[in-house]
Design a protein around this ligand. Structure first.
Ligand SMILES: NC(=O)c1ccc[n+]([C@@H]2O[C@H](COP(=O)([O-])OP(=O)(O)OC[C@H]3O[C@@H](n4cnc5c(N)ncnc54)[C@H](OP(=O)(O)O)[C@@H]3O)[C@@H](O)[C@H]2O)c1
Length: 209
């Protein structure tokens, strides 16, 4: 799959490591294209870098790996996303983790879908800490990757990329379910950082057998 990763930070780079190993083509997009070019070099010629719009143009699936506060500006700078899969991994938090930075009855993913006209938005990867992506096996089982969206092709992309990250994808239904995925993300962050439970855990869907 051709994947455009918008943002050169922790999540984008850790996800890319899995995906290039699985043979996907990755292009990083940055506000500073040279930064994306430099990051791509760490992937042994298996990734490229450029502007955010170039990475969006490149990808059939585009991963929005920027802070929530930068999401609107970023999405509007990507150019036409008509028919493309846009995977939103953001966790919309107020400063000091005071609460979610969204109104009741909506989600970051749904707002992104409004800004990214024509794109098929999927919420995914927001409940997994970037360090845990490197070894996502807990208690002998792959960590869950909760995802949701309204377009089946886009969801198939997210499911495949979740599997290729070593995660166990869990289809959570339509895009509005992102409200609840974002709550799970918030719960994880609250437990880890506000309650000091550490980061070496995941929130899973675990069956008895
Ligand atoms: N960290 C985690 O474990 C984790 C887990 C799940 C979800 N998430 C979510 O994933 C997204 C990315 O998180 P991250 O930890 O990868 O963040 P990060 O390390 O800070 O990287 C974010 C990247 O976004 C780009 N960016 C674009 N506009 C920006 C702006 N105005 N201010 C700062 N950076 C900007 C930057 O790349 P350029 O400078 O190259 O443009 C930056 O490297 C966030 O929405 C976060 O909530 C994070």
């Amino acid at each position: 799959m051709k994947i455009g990763i918008i943002g050169t930070g922790k999540m984008g780079s850790h996800l890319a490591q899995h995906w290039v190993e699985k043979g996907h083509q990755v292009m990083f997009g940055s506000r500073t294209p040279e930064k994306a070019v430099e990051l791509a070099k760490q992937f042994g010629g298996k990734a490229t870098g450029g502007s955010m719009a170039a990475a969006a143009e490149f990808g059939e699936a585009i991963v929005l790996a920027v802070p929530w506060h930068a999401a609107e500006e970023t999405v509007r700078a990507l150019g036409s996303l008509e028919g493309k899969t846009l995977i939103d991994i953001t966790n919309p938090l107020l400063p000091e983790m005071a609460g979610p930075d969204t109104e009741i009855g909506t989600s970051a993913a749904e707002q992104i879908a409004e800004w990214a006209e024509g794109a098929n938005v999927v919420k995914a990867f927001n409940t997994i800490y970037f360090v845990n992506l490197d070894n996502p096996v807990f208690g002998g089982k792959s960590a869950s990757m909760f995802f949701c969206g309204d377009d089946e092709t886009a969801k198939a992309h997210a499911r495949q990329l979740g599997k290729d990250t070593g995660l166990a994808p869990v289809d959570c239904g339509p895009l509005w379910m992102a409200r609840h995925l974002e709550s799970v993300g918030f719960l994880w962050i609250y437990l880890a950082f506000k309650q000091g439970k550490g980061t070496d855990f995941v929130i899973n869907m675990q069956r008895r057998n």
